[in-house]
Each structure stands twice: as C-alpha cells, then as structure tokens.
Design a protein around this ligand. Structure first.
Ligand code: G16
Length: 543
C-alpha cells in the first residue's frame, strides 16, 4: 500500500458555518472537494501523528463513501488509530461520548443534521476537539485558511475497510477499530437517569411514542427505550436509518414530525411524544395535546433537575443562545445560579462547561444538553423528561402550566424565511442597523424600544470575541425581536426572526403564541421591510 500525494487546488467556499461545512451532496462529490477539507482539518488540529480519532456519521447518503476516504487519508497522514461506529454510524452525541470516554485527539462527524438527505440533499462534515465538542472558531477559521492555500493531499492507495462488524483492521500502519455505536452512549444514560423509575413508568400504563424520523436515533432509541426501559415494542416509529430519511426532512418540529404530532393531538393518543433529528442531537417534546417549546423545555429541565440522579448534586450554571427565550433566566435567578447568553452555535457552550461554569444549556432550535458531553443531545432530553414525569406523576401539560403560573410565561415564536436571495437578506440586516440611532426610546404600537444592537459576545473563559451575532430590538418589559441569518442553510439565505413577550398573569397563559405575539410579529415585519424586500407575505416555517 503506497501513500499518494494528490495535487489539488483550493475551493473558495470551505468556510465552516454554525456547525461545520454543509453543502449539497453534489458539491461534496466534486473531485477533491471532500479530500481538500479533510486534509485542511488534519493540517490544522495539532500534532496527529500516532493519535486516535473518532469517525462516524448519521448514515445519510454519501456517509459510507466519505468514511472510506477519511480512513485512507487518516492512514496516509500518520494517524495511529481510527474508531468508527459500526456501518459508519454514530449519532453526534454518541461521537462526543466516545471522544471523551476514550480520550481521543478529536473526531470527525459526518452530518448535515436536520437538513434533507439523498443524492440531491445535503451533506456535512465537522471536527470535534478532545473535549468532545465542536471545534471553536479559532480552529474552524484555521481549517478555512488552510483550505484556501492547499496544494495537495495525502491518501493511501488501499481497498475499502469492512465496517459491518465490530473488530480491528489494519490499514497501512493504522488500526481501524469498528465499535458498537450504541453501547457507550447507552451506558452513560444509565449513569445519569433513574432507569428503574422510568421502567416502572413505561411498564405501568404510560404510553410513549418516539419518532426517529428514519435517521440515526432509531437504533439508540430501540435499545434504550424498548430494550432497557421496557417501553412496548413499536414505541419507536421510523426506527430504521435510511440514506434519504425516507424522503422526509429529519427535523423534529411541528411542521416536519407531522405524523407524531397528529398522534399526540388525537383522542386515543399517547401520554408523551418525542422526536429527534438526522444526527440525534435535537429533540422535540410533546405531551397529550401539548407542545413544549425548546426554550420552555430548558427552563423546565433546570427547575426540575433536583429530581434526576445525575444532577442532584446541583447545577453550576446555565447557558442559552441569545435568540433562545428568557424563560430559563427566571429559573436561574430563583436558583441563585449564573445564566450565560452566548451566540447561536453549540461550540460556544464548550468553554463554559470545561471551566465548570455551566451544567445545563440549550437553544431555541430544538437543542438541549448538559456537561455529560459537549454536544446537544436529543435522547438525553427525552430521558430527562421521562425521569421528571416518573418522579412527579403529573402530565406534561400540568407540569408546564404549573411552571408558567410560578414563573410567568415567555410567549415565543420563530419565523423563518428560507431560500431568500442573499443580497436581499443582507439588505434587511443593513436596513435594520441603519435605524438604530432613531429607534431607542421610540414607541412602536404599545411597545417602547429600550435598546437595540448587533449582539456581540466575549467568551468569559478565553476572552475571544464574536461580533455581529444577530440584531436585537429589546423593549421595555422584556419583549424582544431578534433577527439573524442562519449559518446552516445551503441555498440562498435563511432569515430567522425570533419574537418573544413576557406575561406574568396566569389568566393569559392559555393564549395561542401566534395570537399573543401578533402585534410584535407585525412590528418585526414592518421594521425589517420583510414583505417588500423579499416579496414574501408569510414565513416558510413557523416554530
Ligand atoms: C446547529 C448548531 C446549533 C444552532 C443550529 C441552527 O445545529 O449546532 O447551535 O442553533 O445549527 O443554527 P442556524 O440558526 O445558524 O441555522 P444542528 O442541529 O443543525 O447541528
């Protein structure tokens, strides 16, 4: 087997976004495209000679081919050992678990998360560091800079490695260890949660439905929920991972997990429903006839963490991304713990966790997690909820409504305008910024603007600063409108508008959020001139 040095030329579009490099599959299939990026990773993440890395992905189209290329490039670049999930599968939280447990140098995760898959769908690749979390900006930026000057890459001239069974293989001087993708993760979950109590709940007449959306969490959910926790066979829907996710969008929200939502909102429906996304790091939580917003879920988990064995020693602090609602801030205040506000992107939580400042964190984009790993974790959130339900013996709706009565309700919605022309989207952001000088103190409908800015964050641990992270219009009384452009889309721009108001009065808590927020939604559209600039009269997705 010989090491080949293949001449190449840089691609100009390899700057990682919110979570790694995401592009159409067809872009990744272009000659040298994946290889250039992988070589740029190997050249930018410190000394990798003889080290171990983890490789796995969500099983989407092109996962298998990409893994074989990465294995051959890893061998050619002097890596000592690659740990790969069987069949090339590893959910994002499981990859983080394995990196941490076996103290590897890092890992490469192949996924475009909740984006659709298949030959015409999306693919993605990102690097996670030794703490198990997404590489921080200084590393992703170094990878990008390297990708702009790359002239060749190294690859071993070898045959494909069999990945269908656990075992060890030699590829050149490197070892490939094919591991069970579920075992280490399931073991960690058993350490954190009261499996006996959840088992009693699930075998005592409580009906659960979990939608794996034909994505990576099928095997994990079957093993944990059905095999270990006794949930009825068939609890896991769409449990077989498919390369194109069955033609669906593996995005656990009200729009894309429709079949699950219909079940939960039907007469005969189960007591609890949940779904996870393409790579298993997102979650949606539903009760009978009840949807829990991700922002409320984070607040609820924080307020009830004392009921869960893994968190009974206490919570150091919490963190949320800037656009996530302020519901958790109120819980943190009551608990007397710090609450950090970071830019969007899980990578910003890692430093806070490594420094012991934060135990729980979450985002409005259906992500919740804790310091057990350094990624958000879909099934973990489901188990956390089941543990709370087993302890409190109340319905989801009762628990959430009781929470609102105690803390007040943060009405919240996100309106997405997808596939907008990039220049138009940037024009909206510029137009908003231009209004800053005259906005503060101005009355808009019944709201008065208290402050407006483009969010900037200085990491309290390493002092690094990230600016232009989203436009915030903050109103007196705690209402907010936030505008930002997504960093994960692959076509044009996605404008996200986040709208929030706070109401302490329980008599108003039953309102539909779209109605409660209507005046603010109108203000958001008008301030951004969204209709006239995009030609859209309504958002593409409302969550
Ligand atoms: C990624 C990031 C999240 C972020 C989400 C949406 O999640 O890890 O931190 O909230 O993208 O980002 P954006 O609003 O920029 O599209 P995932 O699940 O897609 O990996």
């Amino acid at each position: 087997m010989t090491i080949k040095q293949i001449p190449t030329q840089p691609f100009s579009d390899q700057r990682p976004g919110t979570s790694g490099l995401r592009k159409k599959v067809t872009r990744f299939q272009q000659p040298h495209y994946l290889e250039n990026f992988v070589q740029s990773i190997f050249d930018s993440v410190g000394d990798i000679q003889g080290k171990t890395i983890v490789v796995g992905g969500d099983g989407r189209y092109y996962n298998q081919q990409a893994i074989q290329i990465i294995i051959r490039m890893a061998a050619a670049n002097g890596i000592g050992r690659v740990m790969v999930g069987r069949a090339g599968l590893l959910s994002t939280p499981a990859a983080s678990t394995v990196i941490r447990k076996y103290r590897t140098h890092g890992g490469i995760i192949l996924s475009a998360s909740h984006n659709p898959g298949g030959p015409d769908g999306d693919f993605g690749i990102k690097y996670n560091t030794a703490n198990g979390g997404p590489a921080p900006e200084k590393i992703t930026e170094a990878i990008y800079q390297r990708s702009r000057e790359i002239e060749h890459y190294l690859i071993l001239d070898s045959i494909d490695t069999p990945l269908d069974q656990c075992g060890s293989y030699s590829v050149g001087n490197m070892t490939v260890e094919v591991i069970d993708p579920v075992a280490d993760y399931a073991e960690l979950m058993e350490e954190l949660f009261d499996f006996d109590a959840i088992h009693d709940l699930l075998t005592g007449g409580f009906a659960l439905r979990f939608d794996a959306m034909h994505a990576i969490t099928g095997p994990y959910a079957r093993e944990i929920l059905e095999n270990r926790l006794g949930a009825a066979a068939g609890t896991v829907m769409n449990g077989n991972p498919l390369p194109d996710f069955g033609g669906h969008h593996p995005d656990p929200n009200l729009a894309h997990a429709k079949a699950l939502v219909e079940q939960l909102f039907s007469e005969e429906g189960p007591d609890f429903g949940a779904a996870s996304d393409g790579d298993g790091d997102r979650n949606m939580i539903l009760g009978k006839n009840f949807y829990v917003t991700p922002s409320d879920s984070l607040a609820l988990l924080t307020a009830n963490a004392n009921l869960v064995p893994g968190y009974q020693k206490g919570i150091a602090g919490v963190a949320r991304s800037m656009p996530t609602s302020l519901a958790v801030d109120r819980v943190a205040e009551r608990l007397g713990i710090d609450c950090y506000e970071t830019p969007t992107g899980w990578k910003f939580f890692g430093n806070l966790m490594d420094a012991g400042k934060v135990t729980l964190c979450g985002e409005e984009s259906f992500g919740t997690g804790s310091s057990h790993i350094r990624e958000k974790d879909g099934l973990w959130a489901v188990l956390f909820w089941l543990n709370i339900l087993a302890a409190r013996k109340q319905s989801v709706a009762d628990i959430v409504q009781q929470h609102w009565a105690e803390y007040g309700r943060n009405f919240y919605t996100r309106h997405d305008y997808e596939e907008v022309d990039m220049e138009e989207a940037q024009g909206i952001m510029e137009h908003l910024e231009q209004q800053f000088p005259t906005l503060t103190g101005r009355r808009l409908g019944s709201y008065r603007v208290e402050q407006c800015d483009n969010f900037s964050y200085t990491d309290p641990v390493d002092g690094s600063t990230s600016s232009s992270q989203g436009i915030r219009i903050l109103f007196e009384g705690g209402s907010r409108i936030v505008y930002r452009l997504s960093g994960t889309g692959t076509v044009g721009a996605t404008l996200r508008v986040y709208i929030e108001s706070y109401d302490p009065d329980p008599r108003n808590h039953q309102q539909d959020p779209q109605q409660a927020l209507e005046p603010l939604i109108d203000i958001a559209v008008e301030l951004g001139q969204i209709d006239s600039r995009t030609g859209r009269t309504r958002p593409s997705v409302i969550t």
